[in-house]
Design a protein around this ligand. Sequence first.
Ligand code: NAP
Length: 435
Amino acid sequence: MNPVKVGICGLGTVGCGTVDVLRRNQAEISARAGCDIVISHIGARRDNPKVDTNGLQLSRDIFAVAEDPDIDILVELIGGTTVARELVLKAIAQGKHVVTANKALIAEHGNEIFAAASEKGVSVNFEAAVAGGIPIVKAIREGLAGNRIEWLAGIINGTGNFILTEMRDKGRAFDDVLKEAQQLGYAEADPRFDVEGIDAAHKLAILASLAFGIPLQFDKAYTEGISQISTDDVTYAEELGYRIKHLGLARRTEKGVELRVHPTLIPEKRLLANVNGVMNAVLVKGDAVGPTLYYGAGAGGEPTASAVVADIVDVARTLSAEPMHRVPHLAFQPDALNDTPVLPIGDVVSASYLRISALDKPGVFSKIATILSDADISIEALIQKEPQPGQNHVAVILLTSRCVESNIVDALVKIESLDSVDGKVVRIRVESLDG
Ligand code: NAP
């Protein structure tokens, strides 16, 4: 078979990693793909001293790669959603297959991109877009194809997990750890993408489509960040036998699909609760297989390149297959996607951790308990702290039963309006994640 010619656009962290891995493992990659895979064109607006581009065709205009008639596969590694969208659509229009690591692009424009690709009979592969080096897209799309997937839950942003791990292990404050994450190059220049859950929501939207056969609906994902988590909450969660993780959760219910990213208490004995530092993990529950866990590096040049190169090999292997015989982009055939709605957060069901600052006097707790009980919410666990010297309020920590979101939100408004309760109640959702 003729060599498969690859054009790589973007020579940053992942671009350099991809060039390195393709060169270093060339022989094994060819043996797996059944043909040689050759980097024949690079699009980069400046040189990167980490990559030797001698002997390669190099264009400062990345669109020249999309227009190069020799290229079979365009690898988009520039990031962002504007130029990247134009570049990918251009490549598709030129009949090229596309491999991308860009979760924002796929989550926000994937429906349009896949439709264009299907029309042209080309593939768009995006393994690296979710959880970096972990082959979770392939696992759901192919390995679990026999299952009805019930739910999945993932730690899919390494920066957020690093921050929560440091807060728990070393008692450090959120702002302090965030600064370190930025210095270490973990956090984006604009850290909101990481800590407010936007990056995780991009990945979750992709996973939910693969799992449930629904179109990509990033705009309907509920996101809540971790910047309001205090070291007190981390400690109290620990006392109750839980860890706080920034979880992306997608669940199929009778009414629709839950799609949410928020801080979550999970029982400390769950493997997912023990995924620490910058590592990622995704737990998927299929009806036949039960729970399965996928763990590994969610970011970094070479781990991400591992997924990019796997996609290149996949495309190379299927070049001779008719488009209809390739694995569909979103796991289900395009005409078999369903319109199960994504539920508004008010309809989601979960248990809650509550931290209430309450006046230290008799009768206060019973008022709180009455409000909860009137809302059909029971108290599963309770910790009441001693008042700090000179303070007349105490921290009351409760774990509640599962209830629909709107019930607990209404109850919290009532609790916060009590004279004996100070300020806002801290609420973190709790998930048991049992199989
Ligand atoms: P990066 O280090 O910032 O590299 C991006 C590269 O693209 C830079 O060299 C940049 O050039 C170049 N670029 C951007 N716009 C361009 C344009 N219009 N024309 C030419 N070159 C352009 O980013 P990265 O970390 O490699 O990430 C690349 C993609 O992989 C992103 O979609 C990201 O979300 C995804 N991803 C990254 C990781 C990771 O660990 N880094 C993990 C999973 C997925 P300049 O230097 O000139 O700006």
